[in-house]
Design a protein around this ligand. Sequence first.
Ligand SMILES: Nc1ncnc2c1ncn2[C@@H]1O[C@H](COP(=O)(O)OP(=O)(O)OP(=O)(O)O)[C@@H](O)[C@H]1O
Length: 311
Amino acid sequence: MIEIRNLTKVYGGTTAVDGLTVTVRPGRVTGFLGPNGAGKSTTMRAVVGLDRPTSGEVQVAGRRYADHPAPLREVGALLDANAAHPGRSALAHLRALAVTNGIGRARVDEVVDMVGLRQVADRRVGGFSLGMAQRLGIAAALLGDPAVILLDEPVNGLDPDGIRWIRGLLRGLAAEGRTVFVSSHLMSEMALTADHLVILGRGRLIADVSMEEMTASATGQVTVRSPQADDLARRLSADGAAITRPEPDVLAVTGRTNTQIAETALAARILLTELVPVHASLEDAYLAMTAHDTQYRATTPATTDPGRAAA
Ligand SMILES: Nc1ncnc2c1ncn2[C@@H]1O[C@H](COP(=O)(O)OP(=O)(O)OP(=O)(O)O)[C@@H](O)[C@H]1O
């Protein structure tokens, strides 16, 4: 469990995190989302004691990170894939970390196999691709078999096979009852991996919701199929619903819940063959929620000069 209480971090004139209070719970994957500069990395660094809060407090597994006698055994973190010394081999890097944290050599071999780096374990880290460096960072995070795992953009640089692997890994760690807190800008990936979401905007908490709530709340639209669609459309319109007809026997209804639609149909003995609330994609829901909190946005040129584009 990670407990963040009233966390504020100010760098010079920039408030990176602004009074954040949130609890990240075990047994599920919590996605940490927010536009560029929202304060995600700063929050994660504060969790593992790399940044001192300006005010507020963060506890992991009941204590501040610095107060754990062997922190790697409590919290594993991947915050910077390039944290390993470039001149060292992957094995040497992991063995050094293991020694300083009282972790046996056998565990080093276990995590090397777990992340699929066995064949390159003796190579210098400086020659690693971004994807290999990410895997090494994940191996380091898992070294102490910690109950709490924090990963900042772990799929960055991974190929599709690697992305699928990490999805399975994170879900497996959560299923074992661990706390898994992971940031990413890849909404499609988050939609497949996370059970719960914490969303930041300009250093403040925007949402702390289940994935289900996040995507269900966004459209408010219900798809209804019925052989008596005309009759049903008339009745729902009279109740104040807005309706479009994508197909003759299908209504796309907004302004009435699925229960209200079912009640209207039942009262009029109208047969429904389909009644489905339309879920938004996570990307749609996220963009709608963070629209006012995005600091860095490209502008689309109003006109394009085709002559110039061709030159
Ligand atoms: N060491 C630092 N010194 C000064 N300002 C910093 C420092 N670290 C972060 N900031 C500022 O704090 C704010 C939050 O940055 P942070 O990296 O935590 O955001 P983020 O949500 O992780 O962004 P991204 O998605 O782009 O990685 C930004 O305005 C950033 O410029």
